[in-house]
Design a protein around this ligand. Structure first.
Ligand code: UDX
Length: 445
């Protein structure tokens, strides 16, 4: 099938590349000519494991094209994906100007039936707005479809190729047939394509993300309570997750969820409820708990160092909001860094992928280490903020030698407290009892 993907951000590129991989001819459109040129030359503007091979293969095999020319891209495409940004507007609502602007441009150009698909996460009712734009600007029949994406950064290719489900909101029978055929290669294991109306499809995306965020905030509160009660959240997590109605995934406590989706989508759903005269009480708590959770490590540090972080140096492992991505949007690390700098502390950070993004945001306010061990030299404590694999089995003796004091605050529960105490560390994690001797702040080894 011939497909145009409008917008070559994260979602657009993953969608375009993965659709080309199953034999479709895909043209990705972007208004940024420089970016288009880059991609034409085979340069990928995003970091995402697994995409590079598919990207190059499909360019070489002439199934994946890039252009700044919208008219040319959509002329003989039956399916047009809108993968455009929907940033928060001034009033907290999603700014739909890109989606609606592109819809109008497309409406003025088309001369044959098209399936117009919104991939961006958009407020309920957006499909109706897009439909109105087509009605006002063209007599050509189109199907406007809501087909939200559920891709996780870091495993987006896998999620696209083998989705748990595909949600398609449309009443248009022809579009249903076309999309059933388009997605057939991706649901061969028997996972469902769920057809529904446009509004339900739009709401499904917000409901899914808000539910997952609720699961995390709930577990973060259980973790905080575990520390008060002397329980171990890892055990509680296993016990609770073994109930299939709850499920064992997404129950890991930490230092709060971040990223480009959860914070924005939970806020947007709460706002949308409010606008429609409904007070979505749980979501307010989810947001509040998450914002408090981003401070948990700082509170622990203050307790340990008697509220005196001034002049101390802290080594940070991990800056991205989660592993396998360079994305730092709403990352807990930024909150932690903000507090540390405000308290007069020095920060030396290491992250396998995200250091450039942090540097672009805050510059040289902190130091960036060349590798994870360099970050530790002379630091008063190590703070683990992202669970990158390279942090999972480090050389603990080396860590101990390099730090000024053997103190680790782990926001991701990577190590066994018992084992860490054995190594002679003071080790404080989330929802588990602190282990090891409580060293004085700058105790010599
Ligand atoms: C999410 C959704 O999973 C995806 O379906 C949607 O399309 C986009 O938003 P993503 O933002 O890539 O994907 O990240 P995800 O892996 O879901 O993690 C989100 C946040 O939750 C991260 O900050 C992560 O650290 C946190 N998290 C996740 C936890 O704190 N505990 C968990 O058990 C799982």
């Amino acid at each position: 099938m011939k497909i145009a993907v409008i917008g070559t951000g994260y979602v657009g590129l993953v969608t375009g590349t993965c659709l080309a991989e199953t034999g479709n001819i895909v043209t990705c459109v972007d208004i940024n000519k420089q970016k288009v040129q880059m991609m034409q030359q085979g340069q990928l503007p995003i970091y995402e494991p697994g995409i590079e091979t598919l990207f190059h293969r499909n360019i070489i095999e002439e199934r994946l094209f890039f252009t700044a020319n919208l008219a040319g891209a959509i002329a003989d495409a039956t399916i047009i994906f809108l993968a455009l940004p929907t940033p928060p507007g001034a009033d907290g609502d999603a700014d739909l100007s890109y989606v609606l602007g592109a819809s109008k441009d497309i409406a003025l150009l088309i001369s044959s039936y098209k399936v117009i698909i919104t991939k961006s996460t958009v407020p309920v009712g957006t499909a109706d707005k897009v439909k109105a734009i087509f009605r006002q600007n063209t007599d050509v029949a189109v199907a406007v479809v809501s087909n939200p994406e559920f891709l996780r950064e870091g495993v987006a290719v896998e999620d696209f190729m083998k989705p748990d489900r595909i949600v398609i909101g449309t009443q248009d029978e022809r579009a249903k047939e076309i999309l059933t055929e388009l997605y057939a290669p991706y649901v061969r294991q028997g996972n469902p394509i769920i057809f529904m109306d446009e509004r339900s499809a739009e709401l499904t995306k917000y409901a899914a993300n808000s539910f997952l965020a609720t699961k995390i905030s709930f577990m973060n509160e259980i973790a905080n309570l575990c520390e008060k009660l002397g329980a171990d959240v890892d055990m509680v997590r296993l016990g609770v997750g073994a109930d299939e109605r709850i499920g064992k995934r997404f129950l890991f406590p930490g230092i709060g969820y971040g990223g480009s989706c959860f914070p924005k989508d939970v806020q947007a759903l709460a706002k949308s409820a409010e606008t429609n005269d409904y007070d979505f009480k749980i979501l307010h708590s989810v947001i509040q708990v998450n914002s408090l959770q981003k401070n948990v490590l700082i509170n622990k540090l203050n307790a340990f160092f008697n509220n005196d972080l001034k002049g101390k140096t802290f080594a940070l492992w991990g800056l991205s909001f989660k592993p396998e991505t360079d994305d730092i949007r709403e990352a807990p690390s930024l909150t932690v860094i903000g507090h540390l700098l405000k308290a007069g502390a020095k920060v030396v950070a290491y992250d396998p992928e995200a250091m450039n993004n942090v540097k672009a945001l805050i510059g040289e306010k902190i130091k960036y280490a060349d590798d994870q061990y360099d970050a530790l030299i002379g630091a008063d404590a190590l703070l683990i903020l992202t669970e990158w694999s390279v942090f999972r089995t480090p050389d603990f003796n080396r860590i101990k030698k390099l730090l000024a004091g053997p103190v680790i605050f782990d926001g991701r529960n990577l190590y066994s407290p018992h084992k860490m105490a054995g190594f002679g560390f003071y080790y404080n994690s989330i929802g588990r009892m602190a282990a090891g001797p409580k060293y004085a702040a700058v105790a010599p080894l």
